[in-house]
Design a protein around this ligand. Structure first.
Ligand SMILES: C[S@@+](CC[C@H](N)C(=O)[O-])C[C@H]1O[C@@H](n2cnc3c(N)ncnc32)[C@H](O)[C@@H]1O
Length: 278
């Protein structure tokens, strides 16, 4: 092991410095992530099935204007929301850039004989115009984007919505993590989450206070001297900061909830769900 290199890699990187390896589309990690998505009792890659069911129920009874509308689910994963919405007669398109999740979703749609369009694509490259009644981005994914990409996505969502269309998403708030207690941990495994080769993983959380952003950085070293660095950013928001952002991109009439099950907005909530309009 080259300790000098490790010391250098462990330093706090500049804000939004990218990973040097694929996360969502890595063959091994995406397999582990799909297992996490499909575990009904984990709030890991997707929320627990019980929460997803409650969310779809709340959305369809309170937020979605009527059946027979076109919904775009960005970062749909294995289609847990899309399939439930399609069963309630909404026309759903799901986009994700995990090939493994999209393959799973496509297979499931055939088995369940549902009418859902799944597209394997980076959602930062979508180019729809006035096409969808509703666009969803679920499980705080807006906060994982670097600011430049977040702005691209907000522009594209606005463009893809029909006039009056609805954008539904959630985010983590400043109450989600304790900024005074930043994590440092390590793991050795023979075949674990990060690699099927034996590895040592060093994880550290950094805070960029001026940008309201955490970084979870994991350095993964395998015995063949390969070093992969995974950087997952987590931009947290308050009601005020997300409102400013939505106003800037032209959205209007925002409604705020504590989560996508419709819990009343509270300043103390760790998540914030927003329903806004074009
Ligand atoms: C935290 S998971 C949430 C999945 C789903 N929304 C749910 O709650 O069950 C994030 C998903 O977004 C996808 N994703 C992340 N960035 C993406 C991008 N730029 N384009 C398309 N999909 C993306 C990932 O592959 C993953 O399936």
């Amino acid at each position: 092991m080259n300790i000098d290199k490790l010391i250098k890699l462990s330093k706090k990187p500049e804000l939004f410095k990218r990973s040097n390896a694929e996360f969502w589309n890595d063959p091994h990690i995406s397999k582990k992530m799909l297992e996490a998505h499909l575990n009904p009792d984990w709030d890991a890659a997707s929320r627990k099935l019980e929460t997803i069911d409650a969310s779809v129920k709340w959305l369809s009874e309170n937020i979605l204007p009527n059946q027979n509308i076109k919904i775009l689910d960005l970062g749909c994963g294995p289609g847990l929301y899309a399939s439930r919405l399609a069963k309630r007669d909404y026309f759903v398109t799901g986009i994700d850039y995990s090939q493994r999740s999209i393959n799973y979703a496509k297979k499931k749609v055939e088995e369940d004989k549902l009418d859902i369009k799944y597209i394997y694509q980076n959602y930062l490259t979508i180019d729809f115009e006035d096409e969808f009644d509703v666009i969803m981005l679920i499980y705080c994914d807006l906060g994982a984007l670097i600011n430049k990409e977040r702005d691209i996505l907000l522009e594209k969502v606005y463009q893809a919505l029909k006039p009056g269309g609805i954008f539904i998403f959630d985010i983590f708030t400043d109450k989600n993590r304790d900024a005074s207690n930043l994590r440092r941990s390590w793991e050795v495994a023979e075949d674990g989450f990060w690699s099927k080769k034996p590895y040592l993983a060093l994880t550290e959380t950094f805070l960029y206070p001026d940008e309201d952003t955490f970084l979870d950085q994991t350095i993964v070293m395998t015995d063949d001297k390969e070093i992969n660095i995974y950087r997952i950013f987590d931009h947290f928001y308050t009601k005020e900061t997300i409102t400013d952002l939505l106003d800037k991109f032209g959205f209007r009439d925002h409604s705020y909830y504590s989560d996508l099950v419709g819990r009343e907005y509270s300043r103390e909530s760790k998540t914030l769900a927003i329903v806004t309009n074009k």
